[in-house]
Design a protein around this ligand. Structure first.
Ligand SMILES: Cc1ncc(COP(=O)(O)O)c(C=O)c1O
Length: 418
């Protein structure tokens, strides 16, 4: 599953003791295993090899340039949702013809930037977006390749905040609306409809909702072809679930075996947009215990990472395993809430954990924090964002330095000078 393991009572990332990283780079600190990132990427590549898919890593999961470069070097494309993600992708050397652009709120400026860059296609989510895209493409004398994001109205059986394929969701178009927009696109001279796109949610642990959705989209592709559209791409989106605690998600192989027989007969180029599956289990967040408050019913370990560093527990009540970085697990555990320093009761990393008796200075590792961890970090409470390091075997690279207080104040100080 990943390259984090215990050796003689001490957690390691690949061949490097995690405590050494904390000592060198300080805490809170995101630590990634390069080998884990690559092995998850290859798992998807191999599972779908028969279909020769374009794997567009979903930048939003973790947008660090070094991670993008690493995946680009293996031939990955990108799934982006903003101009910032486009800039990151280009900076990391990703070929524009491997970039697909989704999102319900693309602005005119963002559309123009992506057109100028020459991306593979836009995953269009509404009629007004298609009209704006057509206008901008006309102005720039370009033709935009377009897939319509279709909302197949299936329940992905995941957290309501990350389910995206039900009819009440803001994403994509219902099948009838999509069919109407495909017809309208025929009259938009600067758009070329080339594909269908779906993304039904995130942290999905079973193939069933995918199968339901694909069956609906297959019919759409067949109807479009009968109507004379040259549909060359089928984009399945992302959403593959991972193990945070006791989940039993389908493997990439099982997933491929379930969905490929449905898609291959269409003879479309398959696009996948995995994010969490590639980086989720490849990262941990190391934090240091500042204080231990012993209460009447439980203890509170107040640590130096907060909801600004990892918001998933506060936002979705998401579960992350929390383990002491050093020390053999004893029999005597204390019921502990691991909480951050932020002034919100919702600022916690884990509730009611059975942890050994902790002391100030102890290090904890919050596991499976590689996806939607650093990418969602903020400066709330005027806290500077954590550093990130990448481990490969015995080698360690700082891939994002810790922010400084000068970074924190710079935009306001610069504004005051104008
Ligand atoms: C359009 C799209 N594609 C791909 C993804 C990646 O999802 P995941 O990280 O669950 O694979 C997302 C995530 O929200 C998304 O919105």
């Amino acid at each position: 599953m990943d390259d984090f393991h215990i050796r003689q009572g001490e957690w390691y990332c690949e061949q490097v003791p995690v405590s050494r990283l904390a000592k060198t780079y300080g805490t809170p600190l995101y630590v990634y295993s390069q080998n884990t990132i690559l092995s998850h990427f290859f798992k998807i590549m191999h599972a779908f090899a028969a279909a020769n898919p374009l794997i567009c890593y979903s930048v939003k999961a973790n947008s660090n340039l070094s991670i993008l470069r690493l995946l680009a070097a293996q031939g990955a494309g990108l799934d982006i949702v903003s101009q910032g993600e486009l800039i990151r992708g280009l900076e990391a050397g990703v070929t524009p013809e491997r970039i697909v652009y989704a999102g319900v709120g693309k602005t005119e400026t963002e559309i123009a930037a992506a057109l100028r860059a020459g991306i593979l296609m836009f995953n269009v989510e509404s009629e007004p977006e298609a009209r704006l895209l057509n206008q901008v493409a006309q102005r720039l004398r370009k033709t935009a390749r377009v897939a319509l994001r279709i909302n197949p109205d299936v329940d992905a059986k995941t957290h309501q905040y990350i389910t995206t394929g039900k009819k009440e969701s803001k994403f994509g178009l219902s099948i009838p609306l999509a069919m109407g927009l495909f017809r309208a696109i025929r009259r938009m001279r600067h758009l070329k409809a080339v594909g269908v796109h779906m993304h039904i949610g995130s942290q999905i642990t079973s193939s069933t909702p995918y199968i339901q959705a694909i069956q609906r989209l297959r019919k759409v592709v067949e109807d479009l072809r009968r109507a004379g559209f040259d549909i060359a791409y089928f984009n399945l989106g992302g959403g593959l679930g991972i193990i945070y605690n006791e989940e039993r998600p389908q493997t990439a192989d099982a997933f491929a075996q379930a969905v490929l027989p449905l898609i291959t007969p269409l003879q479309c180029r398959l696009i996948l947009e995995p994010g969490r599956f590639i980086v989720g289990n490849a990262g941990i967040l190391i934090t240091q215990v500042q204080y231990v408050k012993r209460g009447h019913v439980k203890s509170f370990a107040v640590v130096d990472a907060g909801m600004n560093d990892l918001i998933r527990p506060s936002l979705y009540n998401a579960y992350h395993q929390i383990v002491p970085v050093q020390g053999r697990p004893g029999r005597n555990t204390v019921l502990t809430d691991v909480v951050g320093p932020i002034c919100e009761s919702g600022d916690f990393l884990g509730h009611d954990r059975h942890l050994p008796k902790l002391n100030s200075g102890d290090l904890l590792a919050v596991r499976s924090a590689g996806a939607y961890g650093m990418a969602m970090a903020s400066n709330y409470n005027s806290r500077v964002r954590a550093a990130e390091v990448m481990v490969s075997g015995a080698r360690v690279r700082l891939i994002r330095r810790r922010e400084t207080y000068a970074d924190l104040l710079a935009p306001e100080k610069e504004a005051a000078l104008k």
